[in-house]
Design a protein around this ligand. Structure first.
Ligand code: NAP
Ligand code: G4F
Length: 323
């Protein structure tokens, strides 16, 4: 029988790729979107997909329960979040309400309405914050010392999932995902900002790019590879938490060097620093050890860093060639 998936954050980067992936596997795909005054743009990433949508908000418990009763999901993917780390310092209350209390709202609806379903929580490497193991990696056992309202809210979500799993014997699992990108990434995240800006400069549409901290390191993978991991985590008999990462790390500076270099440019001639893009507290270094999901669930990413960046560059070149 056709399985039903219920996705919060369905119109976001991951929600859109996950929808496409689950549809390709024969799922009925359902989800919630928030009310927004510009409805056309809100649904750009999921335009034309045969999915069922209702209005809902993670902060509005009644709306979550309504959707859960209506869709009766077999699998629940809680991807909805205020997902921008720097902006979480500007809107900390909203961030915590959505990313922390929102998870509790989802778990309670899951527990009372569809307790036999399986639940995936979009946890984050930002939870590790300043903690790094001695060998230079973060993994499932690394302590969590978050350095942003976003990171703190995600730690609550992570822990309340583990609590509900243990206390009520629910299938609830965390994917601890490191940064993942794509042409669908919001253009105020660093990779897409750099790619878009560099393509504009290469076409003479801009002459500089204002950045924040160039010396933080991130472990960047492709969203398409990471949504496969989410699905895999829910196909197991036992709910467990898994780190999903490439295991490679690069600085923002190195990423700029690659992207501008691909376009025949020297990033140093165009990139300037604007303090408005710095964070009150920076997370300087992320590198994930995803041995557990690779060995136990046989997850293998298909994209390299270079393939990912090249796809994003081609995306922006295509956009500007049709303007
Ligand atoms: P994204 O593109 O920002 O998508 C987030 C989605 O959540 C958007 O559709 C957004 O809708 C929705 N949302 C925001 N507030 C909501 C609320 N109060 N109620 C219901 N929906 C709400 O993020 P993403 O990159 O796809 O990430 C998906 C999830 O993975 C997030 O939970 C993120 O924190 C987590 N994560 C991401 C990464 C990464 O590198 N991408 C890594 C680790 C974890 P609107 O457009 O209406 O705001
Ligand atoms: O692309 P970013 O904004 O992503 P960040 O903060 O690492 O968060 C992303 O990954 C998390 C997983 O670890 C997710 F949980 C979260 O939802 C989100 O998807 O910034 C990456 C790095 C930071 O060190 C930042 O300081 O890039 C640096 N950076 C330098 N200049 C900049 C800029 N980031 C942004 N967004 N804009 C800049 O101009």
């Amino acid at each position: 029988m056709k399985k039903t998936a219920f996705i919060t954050g369905i119109a976001g980067q991951d929600g859109s790729y996950l929808s496409e992936y689950l549809l390709s596997l024969g799922y009925r795909v359902t989800g919630i979107v928030r009310r927004n005054s510009t409805v056309e743009h809100q649904r750009d990433r999921i335009y034309g997909l045969p999915i069922e949508l209702e209005y809902g908000d993670l902060i509005d418990q009644g709306s979550i329960e309504r959707a859960m009763r209506l869709f009766k999901p077999d699998e629940i993917y809680n991807l909805g979040a205020q997902s921008h780390v720097r902006i979480s310092s500007d809107i900390p209350h909203f961030t915590v309400q959505t990313n922390a209390m929102g998870v509790l709202n989802m778990l309670e609806a899951f527990r009372h309405i569809v307790p036999n379903a399986k639940f995936y929580q979009a946890s984050s490497s930002e939870m590790f914050g300043s903690a790094v193991d001695e060998d230079g990696y973060q993994r499932e056992t690394t302590p969590m010392h978050p350095v942003s309202p976003y990171g703190c809210s995600k730690v609550f979500g992570y822990n309340i999932v583990r609590h509900h799993r243990n206390a009520y014997k629910l299938f609830a699992a965390n994917g601890i995902l490191f940064n993942h990108e794509s042409p669908r990434r919001g253009s105020n995240f660093v990779t897409n900002k750099v790619v878009k800006g560099a393509v504009e400069i290469s076409l003479g549409l801009a002459d500089k790019l204002e950045m924040g901290n160039m010396d933080s390191f991130r472990d960047w993978g492709h969203s398409k590879d990471y949504v496969r991991a989410m699905h895999l985590i829910l196909q197991q008999d036992k709910p467990e938490d898994y780190v999903v990462a490439t295991g490679e790390t690069r600085s923002v500076r190195e990423m700029c060097e690659y992207v501008f270099g691909k376009l025949g440019l020297d990033y140093q001639a165009y990139v300037t620093q604007n303090p408005k893009f710095l964070r009150p507290e920076e997370l300087p270094y992320l590198r994930g050890d995803s041995k557990k999901i690779r060995t136990e669930l046989k997850w293998v990413p298909e994209y390299s860093f270079e393939n990912l960046m090249d796809e994003m560059i081609a995306h922006w070149q295509e956009i500007y060639s049709t303007k």
